[in-house]
Design a binder for this molecule. Structure first.
Ligand code: NDP
Length: 470
C-alpha cells in the first residue's frame, strides 16, 4: 500500500521510530541525508522490510507518499529543521503535515507553526521522550499545533506510543509550541529528579560509607515503594555493575563531570521569563555546570581540604533518605506543574494539566508511580499547587521533617544537596504566611522610592526615610 507516513533522519531516534511505526502496521517511506544509511537501514529491517520504502532523494521521498502526507522530521534541532522544511516546501501540498519530532525549542515551534500558516501547509511540533528504547517500543508523545492536523496523525502516534493500562501516552497539548514546551519542562524535571537521586547517592557513598552494590540494593528496595520510577530503577541498575577492566563498581571509575544538551537550561530560562520559581530545576542545571569545573573543584579541595565528611551515628537513616527524596520530588513536580500552568495562561494554550501528568506515566524518562497520583490530584484542582492537594499534603506532612534532617546533616558535613535544599526552601517559603519581603520593599522604597503597601490598607506609600515622609 502507498504510505502516507514518511520519516526523514535515520539516526538513533529516527530509525527506531520508523521501525516502531512499521511494527504497528503502517507503511512508511524513509529518507536520510547520507543515502548509504537508508539502504543499510532497510536491509537490516528484517521482517519489517516490506513495510519500508527507502528513498534516495527528497523528490523520491515525497513522490512515494500519498497526500495528505505525514512527514516526520527526526534531525538535530535548530536551523537544520528550518533547512529541511525549506527543502520540502516546494514539493508538498497544502494538506500535507510536517511534524518536527526532535527536541526543538518551543519558541522555534511557535514560529514554524505561524510560518506554516502563512505559507499554506500544516506543521506540528511534537516532543518525544523515552530515548532510543522508547522510540522503538513506545515513547511518550506531547503534541502541539493545529488540533485538526493532530487528530489526523493521532492514530499513528497513539499506536506507536507507550501505554499506561491500555491508555496511549500521546496527547495533544495545545497550539503552536505547546507540545515542545511540555517536553522541555519534562526534561527540566528530569534534570532535577536525577540530581536529587545523585545527592542521595552522595550521602549514602560519602556520608554513610556505603559501596555502590549496597547502594544499588537500597535503590532497588525504594523502587518497590512510593519512589517507584524509571530513574530509581536505572540508578539501582548502574550502581550494581562491576567494571570488567578495573574490577570495581563502574560508578567508581566514571568521571564526575556531567554533560547536557540544554533542555534543562531552557526550562530555567523560560521559568525566569514567566516569573515562576523552579528552584530545584535551576539548582540541578547549576550542579551540572559546577560538575564541569573539575579542575577548580580539585583546587578547592586542596585549599579547604573539604571533601565531604562522614555523617556520624544514625543522624540519617535509609528510611529518612527515602522520605527526603519523596518530599524533594513533590516540591520539584509542584514547581514544574506550576510553571506549566503559568505558561498555559501566558501563551493561551489551555494546557490539559491532568493529561500532562498522564502522558508522563509511561514511555518517558521521568515515568513513575507518583505521576498517577499527580494526575488524580490535578483532575480535582488543575491549577492549584500540587503541594496543596490533599494526597500530597499528607505525604509532605510525613516526609518534610526527614528532608530537613537530611539537608541539615548534609550541610553540617559538607555533603552538598543543592536540589534537595532548594526544594526544602521552596516548601518552607510556600508555607510562610508572613515572609521577609517586607524588608525588600522597605529597601526598594528607601533607595528608589518604589513605594510599599501597608498591611490591611489600600494604596501605595513611601516611608519616612531620612527623617522626612517623602
Ligand atoms: P542522531 O545524531 O542520531 O541523528 C541525526 C539524524 O539527522 C541523522 O539521520 C542525520 O543524517 C540527520 N542529519 C544531521 N544533520 C543533518 C543535516 N544538516 N541535514 C539533514 N539531515 C541531517 O540524532 P538523534 O536521533 O539522537 O536525535 C534527533 C532528534 O531527536 C534531536 O532533535 C534530538 O535532540 C531528539 N531526541 C533525541 C533523543 C535521544 O535520546 N537521542 C531523545 C529525544 C529526542 P546523516 O546520517 O546523514 O548524518
Amino acid at each position: 500500500e502507498q504510505p502516507t507516513v514518511g520519516l526523514i533522519g535515520l539516526g538513533t531516534m529516527g530509525s527506531n521510530l520508523a521501525l516502531n511505526i512499521a511494527e504497528n502496521g503502517f507503511d512508511i517511506a524513509v529518507y536520510n541525508r547520507t543515502v548509504a544509511r537508508t539502504h543499510e537501514f532497510v536491509e537490516e529491517a528484517g521482517r519489517l522490510k516490506d513495510k519500508l520504502t527507502g528513498t534516495d532523494t527528497l523528490e523520491q521521498f515525497v513522490a512515494a507518499l500519498k497526500s495528505p502526507r505525514k512527514i516526520i522530521l527526526m534531525v538535530p534541532a535548530g536551523s537544520i529543521v528550518d533547512d529541511q522544511i525549506a527543502a520540502l516546501r516546494p514539493l508538498i501540498e497544502p494538506e500535507d503535515i510536517i511534524i518536527d519530532a526532535g527536541n526543538a525549542n518551543f519558541g522555534d515551534s511557535n514560529r514554524r507553526a505561524a510560518e506554516a500558516l502563512e505559507q499554506g501547509f500544516r506543521f506540528l511540533g511534537i516532543g518525544v521522550s523515552g530515548g532510543e528504547e522508547g522510540a522503538r517500543f513506545g515513547p511518550s508523545i506531547m503534541g502541539g499545533g493545529p488540533r485538526k492536523a493532530w487528530d489526523e496523525v493521532a492514530p499513528v502516534l497513539e499506536a506507536i506510543s507507550a501505554k499506561y493500562e491500555g491508555q496511549a501516552c500521546a496527547t495533544w497539548m495545545g497550539e503552536g509550541g505547546a507540545g515542545h514546551f511540555v517536553k522541555m519542562v519534562h526534561n527540566g524535571i528530569e534534570y532535577a529528579d536525577m540530581q536529587m537521586i545523585a545527592e542521595v547517592y552522595g550521602i549514602l557513598r560519602d556520608g554513610m560509607n556505603m559501596s555502590a552494590p549496597d547502594i544499588a540494593n537500597v535503590f532497588a528496595k525504594w523502587n518497590e515503594g512510593p519512589l517507584q520510577s524509571y530513574l530509581i530503577e536505572i540508578s539501582a541498575e548502574v550502581a550494581k555493575v562491576i567494571d570488567d577492566k578495573a574490577g570495581v563498581p563502574i560508578l567508581d571509575i566514571i568521571l564526575d563531570r556531567a554533560g547536557q544538551k540544554g533542555t534543562g537550561r531552557w526550562t530555567a530560562i523560560e521559568a525566569q521569563h514567566l516569573g515562576t520559581p523552579v528552584t530545584t530545576i535551576e539548582a540541578a542545571v547549576a550542579a551540572r555546570n559546577i560538575s564541569a569545573r573539575l579542575d577548580q573543584r580539585k583546587s578547592g579541595e586542596e585549599i579547604y581540604s573539604a571533601a565531604p565528611s562522614p555523617i556520624t551515628g544514625d543522624a540519617i537513616t535509609i528510611d529518612m533518605l527515602e522520605n527526603a527524596l519523596l518530599a524533594g520530588k513533590i516540591a520539584c513536580y509542584a514547581q514544574g506543574f506550576d510553571m506549566l500552568s503559568a505558561a498555559s495562561k501566558t501563551y493561551e494554550w489551555g494546557l490539559p494539566m491532568p493529561d500532562v501528568a498522564e502522558v508522563w506515566r509511561e514511555g518517558c524518562i521521568i515515568r513513575s508511580a507518583m505521576l498517577n497520583d499527580m494526575a488524580e490530584a490535578l483532575k480535582k484542582t488543575p491549577d492549584a499547587n500540587l503541594m496543596f492537594a490533599p494526597f500530597f499534603v499528607e505525604r509532605l506532612k510525613n516526609s518534610h521533617g526527614d528532608l530537613r534532617q537530611v539537608v541539615s546533616q548534609g550541610a553540617l558535613t559538607g555533603n552538598s544537596t543543592p536540589a534537595l535544599s532548594a526544594g526544602l526552601a521552596y516548601f518552607d517559603m510556600m508555607r510562610t504566611g508572613r515572609s521577609t519581603a517586607n524588608m525588600i520593599q522597605a529597601q526598594r522604597d528607601f533607595f528608589g522610592a518604589h513605594t510599599f503597601e501597608r498591611i490591611g490598607e489600600e494604596g501605595a506609600h513611601n516611608g519616612p526615610w531620612n527623617g522626612t515622609d517623602k
